[in-house]
Design a binder for this molecule. Structure first.
Ligand SMILES: Cc1ncc(COP(=O)(O)O)c(C=O)c1O
Length: 407
C-alpha cells in the first residue's frame, strides 16, 4: 500500500509492438472500421489549428459534409469527440429545463439520446418500441398529439439491435407537422444509405467518423437546420457543456477563431474520408453498401444461421446474427479474433454478434475473409454450418447484384 510519502515511480511498461498483434486485425465489427491509406496518412500530420491552411481545410470539410448530409444549411460543425459528443451537442444546445422531448426508443443508442435530454432538465417521454421492430406511424402520431414535444429524437439505424427506422422520412414529416424539431442520430448510417436532411425536414443530424465515413474515431460531425440554429442562438442561458456549446464552436467552425485546440490530425483525416465519399458519390456508395450487406446476409443465412432483425426493418449497415445455443457472443468474438485476426462485435447483453457493413468494410475481399473466418469459427466451436454453401451464396449474391457496382 503506497502512502503519500512513497515516491511515485516510473512505471515499467512495454511498447505497443509488444501489445498490438503482429498482423493488424480486420475490423469488421460495429465500428471503428478500417480506414483508407489517404485517411491514415492525413491522420499522421499535425498543422496549426488556426490560420489560412486550417481555414481552407475547414471550409472544404463543411462543404463536403453538406453534400453527405444533403443540406444547404450553413450550420455544419465538427466536434472533438465520439459520436456521443455530437449527440450531446445536438441535445444540450436544443433542450433545457421545460423543453418537451419525445424520444423514439428502439434500443441502446436511442435511449442514450433520451438520457442526455433528461440530463438537461428537459421533460422527456419515450415512445418505447419492441425489440426487432420500428415505431408505427399511428403510434408516433398519437404520441405527438399527446406530448406536443418541442423536439423529437430518433436514430436512423439502431446499431445495438440492428434495426433500421425505415420510416424516418415519414416520422420526420409527422413531427414537423406537429411543430417539433427533429434530431436524428445517423452515427452508423451516414453515407451508407440515403438520408436527406433538407428534403426530409430534419433539424439536427449527428454522426461519428469511425463508421460509414471510414475515418478515425474521435472527430464527429453535426448539422443544424436554420430553425434549430435559431433555437440554439435564442436560448436565454448558456449551455452547461462549455466544450459542446454550439455558439462557442461557431467561432472556430465559422469565424476562423479559437474555441479550443482542434484535433487537427483527426480533422485532416475526416477531410480525406469525406473527399473519398465525394469522389465515389453517394449514389455509388449506397449501391456498394447495399450490394455487400445483402451478399453478407445471404452468406450468413446459407451457413444455416439466423439474422436477428426481420427483413422489413433490418439494418444493412450492421448485420446482427443470432448466437447459436450453447455459445456466448464472447466465445465467437474471441475465437474469430484469435484464430482468424478478424474482429466482430457482441451487443450490450443481446444474444447476437454483429458484423459491420460500413465504409471500407464493404469490400468483396473483406467479405470473403470475414464470412470464411466466421463460418470456420462456428465449425471450430461445434456448430453445424454449411461453410461451402455460405461462401457460394456470398459469391452468387455479389455476382447477381453487382453488375456495375464496384466493391
Ligand atoms: C447509432 C449509434 N449512435 C451513437 C453511437 C455512439 O457513438 P460513439 O461510440 O462514437 O460515441 C453509436 C456507436 O456505436 C451508434 O451506433
Amino acid at each position: 500500500m503506497s502512502t503519500p510519502s512513497t515516491p511515485i515511480v516510473c512505471p515499467d511498461v512495454v511498447s505497443l509492438d509488444e501489445i498490438l498483434p503482429e498482423e493488424p486485425l480486420l475490423m469488421m465489427g460495429a465500428g471503428p472500421v478500417p480506414i483508407p491509406a489517404a485517411v491514415a496518412k492525413a491522420n499522421a500530420i499535425v498543422i496549426n489549428h488556426l490560420g489560412a491552411t486550417m481555414v481552407k481545410v475547414i471550409g472544404q470539410v463543411k462543404e463536403m459534409a453538406r453534400y453527405v448530409f444533403q443540406t444547404r444549411s450553413k450550420w455544419v460543425l465538427g466536434v472533438a469527440g465520439p459520436g456521443s459528443a455530437a449527440m450531446e451537442m445536438a441535445i444540450s444546445n436544443l433542450a433545457w429545463p421545460g423543453t418537451r422531448v419525445l424520444s423514439i426508443k428502439n434500443g441502446f443508442f436511442s435511449e442514450r439520446m433520451a438520457e442526455m435530454a433528461r440530463r438537461t432538465g428537459a421533460h422527456v417521454v419515450t415512445l418505447d418500441v419492441a425489440d426487432r421492430s420500428v415505431a408505427r406511424l399511428e403510434d408516433v402520431e398519437a404520441a405527438l398529439r399527446q406530448e406536443r414535444p418541442d423536439i423529437v429524437t430518433i436514430v436512423q439505424g439502431e446499431t445495438s439491435n440492428t434495426v433500421w427506422n425505415h420510416q424516418l422520412k415519414e416520422i420526420a414529416a409527422l413531427a414537423k407537422a406537429a411543430g417539433a424539431l427533429v434530431v436524428v442520430d445517423a452515427v452508423c448510417t451516414l453515407s451508407t444509405m440515403p438520408l436527406e436532411m433538407d428534403a426530409w425536414g430534419i433539424d439536427a443530424v449527428i454522426t461519428g467518423g469511425q463508421k460509414g465515413l471510414s475515418s478515425i474515431p474521435g472527430v464527429s460531425l453535426i448539422a443544424f437546420s436554420d430553425a434549430a440554429w435559431e433555437r440554439v442562438k435564442g436560448r436565454d442561458h448558456a449551455n452547461a457543456h462549455w466544450c459542446l456549446d454550439a455558439s462557442l464552436a461557431e467561432n472556430f467552425w465559422h469565424n476562423a477563431g479559437y474555441h479550443y485546440t482542434a484535433p487537427v490530425s483527426g480533422v485532416l483525416a475526416l477531410h480525406e474520408a469525406l473527399r473519398l465519399v465525394c469522389a465515389e458519390t453517394l449514389e455509388k456508395r449506397f449501391a456498394r453498401h447495399l450490394k455487400c450487406s445483402l451478399a453478407l446476409q445471404a452468406g450468413i443465412s446459407a451457413l444455416g444461421l439466423e439474422l436477428y432483425a426481420p427483413e422489413p426493418c433490418r439494418l444493412n449497415s450492421v448485420v446482427g446474427i443470432e448466437v447459436p445455443k450453447g455459445l456466448s457472443p464472447a466465445d465467437i468474438c474471441g475465437h474469430i479474433s484469435r484464430q482468424h485476426q478478424v474482429e466482430i462485435s457482441g451487443s450490450f447483453g443481446l444474444p447476437i454478434v454483429r458484423i459491420g457493413q460500413m465504409g471500407e468494410q464493404c469490400r468483396e475481399h473483406n467479405l470473403f475473409r470475414t464470412l470464411h473466418a466466421f463460418g470456420r469459427t462456428m465449425v471450430d466451436l461445434g456448430v453445424r454450418v454449411d461453410l461451402p454453401a455460405g461462401v457460394a451464396a456470398l459469391e452468387r449474391s455479389l455476382a447477381e447484384n453487382g453488375r456495375g457496382v464496384a466493391a
